[in-house]
Ligand binder design. Structure first.
Ligand code: NAD
Length: 441
């Protein structure tokens, strides 16, 4: 089977590479000519574990092609995925201009039956608009062609995207014809062999499933952050509480970690978009308003602890920020909580030195010359008044504390992810602040 994927970002590239890996003929299309040239030369625009090898192998076998020319990609394809961005518009709703532009282009160029699938995260009702855009283009050509529109939201996690795509918890597909269902069943068959489920449903439900899933995950994070903050005040320890509640199978142990707020390209924008969808239908999603408000506040929590420790004066003090990407194993800096923390420190006149194992280039585009980009985690911490652990990369988990004690200005750690053993650090002479720990508020 041949498929075309329009939009070669995180989702489009991973989808294309993984489909090619199981033998599908894939053409990835993007408007960004620089990105396409780099990909043709096996230079990936993103960091994603395991992806480079898959792209290389399938390019060498001519199963994975990259082009800016949609017209040359479509002949012979049975499925075309739309995987372009859906950034938040001014009112928080998902901006569908890129999705609808691509749908219109497909209508201008298609010459035979296609299943047109939205993989981008799009609000309920978008398939109707996609259908309209395709039809208008076909009408303008005075052409009657059969096609189907389907919804196949993507659930991959950045940092584990290849594994998530190859071994999906579930594949959600919204269709309204048996022909589209059959085609997509065939396409995904190789991924289902080990019992991974494919869930067919109506298109509106598929579109809604993606938002409902992300909003639920964001809710768990904000809920745990809220409880963590109360733990800190009330003399309880959120890590013990987390284990206590997570052992109830109705709650489950995943996604219960407190921290400094969620970021990334999905949760913030998807929560906003779902709230906006609610508004459009005259329904107030009160829980999600609170989820957002708690998250905005949580991004400032480390800064508040720092200010309190230094009696409100951090001028000319150096802080080592460990980790910049919004989560480990990715270089994605979109909506990273590290940026909020660094901005606040700089505004108060602090000196900031940063280190991230992978995201330094991406971060320099956001931070410019305002911070020092250190060679490694230890040089970031030299003469620092404190270490601020922001992203829990493995490399930060077991630092040489004796060495740090000697080179830091003061032995002080603000742990935004609760990865350190507070008892051990205090024994080593450090002052420690975590999230939701007794006496470290
Ligand atoms: P991205 O910004 O990394 O990639 C989007 C790509 O689309 C860019 O390369 C851009 O140049 C290209 N593009 C834009 N307009 C185009 C056009 N007219 N023709 C061809 N290419 C065009 O975005 P992403 O992170 O891959 O997200 C894409 C969609 O998938 C979004 O709706 C997002 O919400 C959703 N999603 C993202 C993730 C994730 O973890 N990143 C996970 C699940 C779903």
């Amino acid at each position: 089977m041949k498929v075309v994927i329009v939009g070669t970002g995180y989702v489009g590239l991973v989808t294309g590479a993984c489909l090619a890996e199981v033998g599908t003929e894939v053409v990835c299309v993007d408007v960004d000519a620089g990105k396409i040239v780099r990909l043709q030369n096996n230079m990936l625009p993103i960091y994603e574990p395991g992806l480079q090898e898959i792209v290389k192998r399938n390019q060498q076998d001519d199963r994975l092609l990259f082009t800016t020319d949609l017209a040359s990609a479509l002949p012979g394809a049975e499925v075309v995925f739309i995987a372009v961005g859906t950034p938040p518009g001014e009112d928080g709703s998902a901006d569908l201009q890129y999705v609808l532009q691509v749908a219109g282009q497909i209508g201008q160029l298609m010459e035979h039956y296609l299943v047109i699938v939205t993989k981008s995260t799009v609000p309920v009702g978008t398939a109707v608009q996609v259908n309209r855009a395709v039809k208008e283009s076909l009408d303008a050509r005075q052409l009657i062609l059969d096609y189907d529109v389907a919804s196949n939201p993507e659930f991959l996690k950045e940092g584990a995207a290849v594994n998530d795509f190859m071994k999906p918890d579930r594949i959600v597909v919204g269709v309204n014809t048996t022909r589209a269902r059959h085609t997509l069943e065939q396409l995904y068959r190789p991924f289902l062999l080990n019992g991974h489920p494919i869930l067919f449903m109506d298109i509106a439900s598929a579109e809604m499933t993606k938002y409902a899933a992300n909003a639920m995950l964001a809710t768990r994070i904000s809920y745990m952050n809220d409880i963590a903050n109360l733990c800190g005040l009330a003399g309880a320890d959120i890590d013990q509480v987390r284990k206590g509640i997570g052992s109830d199978p109705r709650i489950g142990k995943h996604f219960l970690y407190p921290g400094i707020g969620y970021g990334g390209s999905c949760f913030p924008k998807d929560v906003k978009a779902l709230i906006q969808t609610g508004r459009e239908y005259g329904y107030h999603l009160r829980i999600l308003d609170a989820v957002e408000a708690v998250n905005e506040d949580q991004k400032k929590i480390l800064f508040r602890k720092i200010l309190r420790h230094f009696d409100g004066d951090v001028r000319n003090k150096k802080f080592a920020v460990w980790g910049l990407s919004f989560k480990p194993n990715t270089d994605d800096m979109r909506e990273a909580p590290s940026l909020v923390l660094i901005d606040s420190l700089l505004e108060e006149g602090a000196i900031v030195s940063v280190y991230d194992p992978v995201a330094m280039d991406e971060a320099s585009a956001c931070l410019g010359n305002n911070v020092t980009f250190a060679e490694d985690m230890y040089s970031a911490a030299e003469n620092a008044a404190a270490i601020l652990l922001v992203t829990e990369w493995n490399t930060f988990r077991m630092p040489d504390w004796q060495r740090l004690r000697k080179t830091m200005q003061s032995p002080l750690v603000f742990d935004g992810r609760n990865i350190y053993d507070d008892v051990q650090l205090i024994k080593l002479g450090f002052t420690y602040y975590g999230i939701g720990k007794a006496n470290t508020t």
